[in-house]
Design a protein around this ligand. Structure first.
Ligand code: IPE
Ligand code: IPE
Ligand code: MG
Length: 233
C-alpha cells in the first residue's frame, strides 16, 4: 500500500451487527459484542498505517428508537469498553474525543466517556472521535445555538461567522473527513458527520461490520487511493 496517499481523517459507520447475529441465530447483542472486538483490532491497524483521525459512529440520536433492551445492552457495553480499554488508549498515546449530545445520555456512559477524554487529552499519536448519541443535524442545531448565544453575549459579531468558526463551534474542532466507509451494503449516511463529510469520498462494502477485517480495510484504502478528488476545481 502507498502510505503517502492515505486519508488524514476516516469516518466509519459500523453497520450490520444485528444482521450478523441474526444470520447465526443469535441475539442482536452478540453482534454488538463481536462488533466491539472487530473495532479494537481495526483501530490498532488503522493507527499503525499512520492515519491520524478516525471518527466512529457508535450510536445515533435515532438509535434511541430501538427496543430499550438493546439500547441498554449497548450503553452497558460502552461503559465496559471505555473503562477496560482506557489503558490501551494511554499506552498507544491516542486522544479520545466524544461527539454527541451529552445532556440526555445515561450518567455512567457520559462519565466514562469524559473520563476517557480527560485521561487522553494530552496525546497526539492519533485521535479517535466517538460519535455517540450523535446526529449530524442535532450537531448543526447545537452549533447554531452556541453561536447565537455568543453573539447575544457580545463575544462574537455576525461578521466573524465563517466556515472556520462554524467548524470550531461543532462538537469537536476536527479536520474534514476524507473517506467514509459504511459496512453492510447500506448506501446512506444516516445523519453521520454532515458538515465534516461535505467533500468526503464514500465507500460501501457489503461486509457486515463484525466481519470487517484489517484486509478489508486495506482494500477500502486502495479504493480511496484510486479516486480522483476534485473539490469542485
Ligand atoms: C450497527 O449495527 C450498530 C448500531 C447501530 C449501534 P446495527 O445494529 O444497525 O445492525 P443491523 O443494521 O440491524 O444489521
Ligand atoms: C447508523 O446505523 C448508526 C450507527 C451505525 C451507529 P443504523 O442501522 O442506525 O441506520 P439506518 O437505520 O439503517 O439508517
Ligand atoms: Mg443498522
Amino acid at each position: 500500500m502507498d502510505l503517502e496517499n492515505i486519508p488524514n481523517h476516516v469516518g466509519i459507520i459500523m453497520d450490520g451487527n444485528g444482521r450478523w447475529a441474526k444470520k447465526r441465530g443469535l441475539n442482536r447483542s452478540l453482534g454488538h459484542k463481536k462488533g466491539a472486538e472487530t473495532l479494537e483490532k481495526l483501530l490498532n491497524h488503522i493507527y499503525d498505517l499512520g492515519i491520524k483521525y478516525v471518527s466512529i459512529y457508535a450510536f445515533s440520536t435515532e438509535n434511541f428508537k430501538r427496543d430499550p433492551k438493546e439500547v441498554n445492552y449497548l450503553m452497558d457495553l460502552f461503559v465496559k469498553m471505555f473503562s477496560s480499554k482506557k489503558k490501551i488508549f494511554v499506552k498507544n498515546e491516542l486522544k479520545v474525543l466524544f461527539s454527541g449530545r451529552r445532556d440526555n445520555l445515561r450518567d455512567d456512559v457520559r462519565k466514562s466517556l469524559e473520563n476517557l477524554e480527560d485521561s487522553t487529552k494530552d496525546f497526539s499519536r492519533g485521535v479517535l472521535n466517538i460519535c455517540l448519541n450523535y446526529g449530524g443535524r442535532s450537531e448543526i442545531v447545537d452549533m447554531t445555538k452556541k453561536i447565537a448565544q455568543d453573539v447575544i453575549d457580545g463575544k462574537l459579531k455576525i461578521d466573524d461567522i465563517d466556515e472556520k468558526l462554524v467548524n470550531h463551534y461543532m462538537y469537536q474542532d476536527l479536520p474534514d473527513i476524507d473517506f467514509v466507509i459504511r459496512t453492510s451494503g447500506e448506501m446512506r449516511i444516516s445523519n453521520f458527520m454532515l458538515w465534516q463529510s461535505s467533500y468526503a469520498e464514500y465507500f460501501f462494502p457489503k461486509t457486515l461490520f463484525p466481519d470487517f477485517t484489517e484486509e478489508e480495510f486495506n482494500k477500502a484504502i486502495l479504493e480511496y487511493q484510486n479516486r480522483n478528488r476534485r473539490f469542485g476545481g
